[in-house]
Design a protein around this ligand. Structure first.
Ligand SMILES: Cc1cc2nc3c(=O)[nH]c(=O)nc-3n(C[C@H](O)[C@H](O)[C@H](O)COP(=O)(O)OP(=O)(O)OC[C@H]3O[C@@H](n4cnc5c(N)ncnc54)[C@H](O)[C@@H]3O)c2cc1C
Length: 355
């Protein structure tokens, strides 16, 4: 008798797992409580990053048989701006691809859905399952309090393409705010890592500061946003199920670029099931730099807030953006030395994060 692999959650992590399994001949059923893939988002533009290790995220997906027929606009440069100084950084290759999240045909969520269906995956929308009955848990943020809150707008504009990260605590407390424009689509958001009650104030400030420096037309504005979860001790198993993506607590604790890790963990879970490998061991090894490095990076980032983030901005200029980003995500010797100190800091500053 043919067994069915049951996946709970049709986000990027769950769908990546489903596609890889189905393409290898497995029977896969996905349960999605919402009515469609991408319904968690409203057309937000997100960065699918290549900057963490300098390798192409698109090649990584294609190598495991995932097509990239979704909107993916490469950005190889971007501004860092603290309200006074704007540094343009060149990465020497795509630092990230701007992708759309939502139910639109060109969104990555819809592309993954099409690929899953074409591979024979059965997706049950508006349906769920007790987690104990799932083989793969991919339900996104769960349980614990969020560690970051993002809020913003998407809009149409006739402005040229641009990517700006604004480092200013009034516009993104302990985080950052950003302005992205790609082919007439804009996205302006703030992200806060503490004091979430200030989110509306921060968004107003972000908008004021960013549009004063990069004036542009704004049409058909819609609100977007959401919560982001992280765990310093990701839970890779829950009973008999493998846990992937944000459900495991897998996130980028520095800037919330968790999409690539979500996809990667889904693929890893599928491969582990097919090859009889211990997913928890592989995941722990694969994502250790992201998780542990994230704790150190968050510590450094919050230490660097003084003087309008002058120190991080100087470090970007001094090291070069591409090189510094790879260092941030490498969990290198300096980061390993700083880890105990950083963990102590995060414990005190973000007591609800499990470490
Ligand atoms: C505002 C915002 C901006 C972001 N920007 C970026 C960015 O620029 N770059 C980046 O890399 N990352 C970004 N992220 C993070 C990124 O969105 C997540 O890391 C990624 O979506 C996680 O994928 P996932 O598959 O683990 O979870 P999700 O995308 O949350 O998918 C989980 C799915 O499971 C479904 N589900 C949940 N519970 C159940 C249940 N009980 N039964 C059935 N189905 C269920 C949900 O409906 C959902 O469809 C951002 C996040 C937010 C909130």
């Amino acid at each position: 008798m043919k067994t069915v692999t049951r996946v709970l959650g049709a986000g990027p992590a769950g769908l990546a797992a489903a596609i890889v399994l189905a393409r290898a001949g497995h029977t896969v059923e996905v349960f999605e409580r919402r009515e469609d893939c991408g319904a968690r988002f409203g057309g937000d533009l997100q960065g699918l990053e290549s900057f963490s290790d300098g390798t192409s995220v698109l090649d990584e997906l294609r190598q495991v048989g995932i097509d990239t027929d979704f909107l993916h606009k490469p950005f190889d440069r971007g501004f860092q701006f603290n309200g006074q100084r704007a540094d343009l950084h060149e990465f020497g290759g795509p630092a990230f691809y701007l992708v759309r999240r939502g139910t639109m045909p060109d969104a990555i969520d819809q592309s993954l859905k099409r690929q899953a269906l074409a591979a024979g995956v059965r997706i049950r929308f508006g349906a769920t399952l007790p987690p104990a009955d799932a083989d793969i848990l991919a339900t996104g943020p769960r349980g614990q309090r969020p560690y970051a809150v993002c809020k913003g707008v998407v809009f149409r504009t006739d402005a040229p393409d641009v990517a700006v990260a604004l480092l200013d605590d009034e516009a993104g407390y302990k985080g950052y705010s950003y302005l992205l424009v790609s082919d007439g689509q804009g996205c302006l958001c703030t992200s806060l890592w503490s004091d979430f009650g200030r989110v509306s104030h921060c968004l107003t400030e972000a908008r004021r500061i960013l549009l004063a420096r990069w004036p542009m037309t704004v049409h058909d504005e819609r609100s977007v946003g959401g919560l982001v979860h992280f765990s310093g001790r990701p839970r890779w198993r829950d009973g008999g199920a493998l846990v992937v993506g944000e459900a495991a607590g897998l996130q980028d604790f520095l800037w919330a670029f968790g999409l690539r890790a979500a996809l990667r963990s889904g693929v890893l879970a599928a491969q582990s099931l097919m090859q009889g490998h211990d997913y928890a061991v592989l995941a722990e090894r694969t994502f250790r730099p992201l998780v542990r490095g994230g704790i150190v990076n968050r510590f450094l980032w919050e230490m660097g807030r003084v003087g309008r983030y002058a120190a991080p901005m100087a470090a970007f200029r001094w090291r070069g953006a591409g090189r510094l980003m790879r260092e941030f995500y490498s969990y290198n010797r300096v980061q390993r030395l700083l880890f105990p100190l950083a963990r102590g800091y995060v414990r005190a500053a973000h007591p609800h994060i499990s470490l």
